[in-house]
Design a protein around this ligand. Structure first.
Ligand code: SF4
Ligand code: SF4
Length: 452
């Protein structure tokens, strides 16, 4: 940390309950500067790269498109448009497997020919622009939360009048083991991230801006201190103790402000908005350069890949192209995970495209993968101690296994953030997160059916 900085840097004043300390293994890729992936010949652009309704395609097979051109429109309030990540021809409209194991529609683009951009009008003088127009621009550019959830940023930046926001927290925790894409973004694009954070604070009219980073990234803390020291107002870097899941919104709000988001509530209920550092970069790019969100940095890492790397790749790049750009596999990958080992999804094929929320691709050899047989719960209580949401994972799991989903809902199933801390500590190797995910999907499907 830079002790001579003018920036107000403080250790986080609060510590959330629960959490775990897995092996982080970030050294595999944290020293690899961001490298631009050579443009793949074929991109499979999913229509569902965000939370909410999939985007609606507006192109036909055979259409020529330019990079940045709208190819699928926003389809409802909680939705986001998709743009062409490169110039080329629309070769197909088809179903694709996604990183979460589900399928969704996709626009397939063959990228031959000269690369030309179709940008939105740049707004370099954003301080003079109307705040609603800025939020609309961010929506038009398809910006969504890039830390994992993919919630449309336009919606987050338009809170109702009775929910004033006084604090913006810029999330640079990156607490998932192995992943280093946000870390590299903070080192290499600090000024752009700062501009994005200022735009977000301006739109929300928030007084305070906090940059939250775990203490295992001292170089990122220093880079952010330098970048933010000329920003006016109540601005500080908050150094978080390294603890998983420090990057989760509710835990981070508590660590930084001491405010507790109520059960079933949202950050806006306690006057906060949390945005990931890569999202702040995308906000900057959309507003200042007029570039829609069509590419992102992804960590391709693990002991089964030849050269662990941080790649700037167009959305729609197949995992197989990412692995090839990292020198291929080192031996055999026994497990491939889309995302990090705690919250990611195991995938059975490399024929899966990246999207706006794809922060990592983890390839592990057999020596790093353990196979356990699940045993009966021994009521040790470790899962309760580890749960950062103060839930009772063993009880939840028992309800779900008995198909008592309503019972699980009554003991706050929907508050589970699927962090995996409970499963990590369980000596009986119970598939607790698997149960939570399955039950939450059932509840969500029921709610969606009731709405219809
Ligand atoms: S996965 Fe859910 S139940 Fe398990 S520790 Fe995380 S929040 Fe708690
Ligand atoms: S940690 Fe595992 S064995 Fe212990 S109480 Fe929880 S579910 Fe049961």
């Amino acid at each position: 940390m830079n002790q001579h900085s003018l920036m107000n840097t403080t250790p986080s004043p609060f510590t959330f309950s629960g959490g775990i300390h897995p092996s982080y293994n970030k050294g595999l890729s944290s020293g690899s500067p961001i490298r631009e992936l050579p443009l793949p010949a074929r991109l499979v652009v999913p229509l569902s790269q965000h939370l909410g309704a999939p985007a609606k395609p507006i192109v036909q097979i055979g259409d020529s498109v330019k990079a940045g051109q709208l190819i699928a429109g926003q389809n409802g309030f909680i939705s986001a448009p998709a743009h062409a990540p490169a110039s080329g021809k629309v070769a197909a409209l088809e179903e694709t497997l996604t990183a979460s194991g589900r399928t969704c529609g996709a626009v397939v683009i063959e990228t031959s020919g000269p690369q030309e951009w179709q940008l939105l009008p740049p707004l370099p003088d954003w301080r003079a622009a109307d705040k609603k127009d800025l939020a609309a621009r961010i929506g038009e550019a398809g910006v969504v939360g890039m830390g994992g959830a993919g919630f449309p940023t336009r919606v987050k930046l338009s809170p109702p009048a009775d929910k004033p926001i006084d604090t913006v927290i810029l999330n640079g925790a990156e607490c998932e083991p192995y992943l280093t894409s946000d870390h590299r973004m903070m080192l290499e694009y600090a000024k752009e991230i700062r501009a994005g954070a200022e735009i977000i604070r301006h739109i929300l009219g928030a007084k305070s801006l906090r940059v939250a980073i775990e203490d295992n990234k001292p170089d990122a803390i220093e880079a952010m201190e330098k970048a933010f020291q000329e920003v006016d107002g109540d601005v500080a870097v908050t150094v978080l103790r390294t603890s998983y899941p420090q990057g989760s919104e509710k835990q981070q709000i508590y660590s930084v402000t001491g405010r507790e988001v109520p059960r079933g509530g949202l950050p806006m209920d306690v006057g906060c908005v949390v945005e990931n550092v890569s999202t702040a970069y995308a906000v900057y790019d959309a507003v200042v350069n007029g570039r829609p969100l069509v590419r992102r940095v992804i960590s391709v890492t693990g002991d089964a890949v030849a050269q662990p790397s941080n790649l700037l790749a167009p959305c729609g790049t197949l995992y197989s192209d990412l692995v090839a750009a990292c020198g291929g596999l080192r031996g055999k990958a026994a497990k491939v995970i889309s995302g990090g080992p705690m919250m990611g999804f195991a995938v059975s094929s490399l024929n899966v495209p990246t999207g706006k929320t794809a922060s990592g691709l983890l390839l592990l050899s057999a020596s790093k993968v353990s196979c356990y047989t699940s045993q009966a719960c021994i009521s040790c209580g470790r899962c309760v101690e580890a749960c950062p949401m103060r839930l009772a994972p063993a009880e939840l799991s028992q309800c779900i296994e008995a198909d008592d989903i309503e019972g699980a809902e009554q003991v706050a199933l929907m508050d589970c953030i699927e962090c995996g801390s409970c499963a990590f500590v369980c000596p009986a190797h119970r598939p607790l997160v698997h149960h939570m995910r399955r039950a939450k999907a059932i509840v969500m499907a029921k709610r969606a059916a009731a709405k219809k």
